[in-house]
Design a protein around this ligand. Structure first.
Ligand code: PNS
Length: 161
């Protein structure tokens, strides 16, 4: 039986931290579907098509990873694709409360789907999409934080022409 994990998020944009989590997910899952949320809490910097395209380019031709957009409830999407595991990263204690709440609600909605929290690589724990956006917005170097296609997309967004 193939074990499919879904790794959901806003991915606005995908970072080296997300890439690390995808690789870690592949340790215990046969396939990982990176699920890019159509509706996100705040107005995203990148449109859903851009977030999906950047994630696809970042993942490259890894055959065990697929990038898909999803709307509505995560558990509905997870069921549709046959995922048995939801992967989320935990960086800080401050992540915990929200993640714990979400995991319990997702379990209430879909008891057969387990949430698994993964700890990122030590040197990537400080990384988040919002910090990457802020650094790029003010002209900082994001080369070590994101795939080159994402760095280029940020450059185009903040310094067009
Ligand atoms: O990268 P983020 O913004 O922390 O990701 C949050 C995300 C998209 C995973 C979460 O908001 C989500 O699952 N949204 C879809 C709607 C849903 O199912 N909400 C959770 C119910 S508990």
């Amino acid at each position: 039986m193939t074990r499919l994990a879904v790794y959901p998020g806003s991915f606005d944009p995908i970072t080296r931290g997300h890439e690390d989590l995808i690789r870690r997910g592949l340790v215990f899952a046969d396939r990982v579907v990176v699920a890019v949320a159509t509706q996100v809490a705040k107005e995203p910097l990148f449109a859903i098509e851009e977030r999906v395209a950047l994630a696809r380019e970042t993942v490259g031709d890894e055959p065990r990873v697929e990038v898909r957009a999803f709307g509505g409830l995560l558990v509905t999407f997870a069921r549709e694709i046959g995922a048995s595991v939801i992967v989320r990263g935990l960086r800080y204690v401050s992540d915990f409360e929200y993640e714990y709440q979400m995991a319990l609600m997702n379990r209430k909605l879909a008891p057969a789907i387990e949430t698994v929290f993964l700890v990122p690589a030590f040197d990537l724990t400080y990384l988040s999409s919002s910090l990457v956006r802020e650094v790029a917005r003010y002209g900082g170097d994001v080369a070590a934080l994101v795939h080159p296609v994402v760095a280029e997309a940020l450059e185009r967004k903040f310094r067009p022409g």
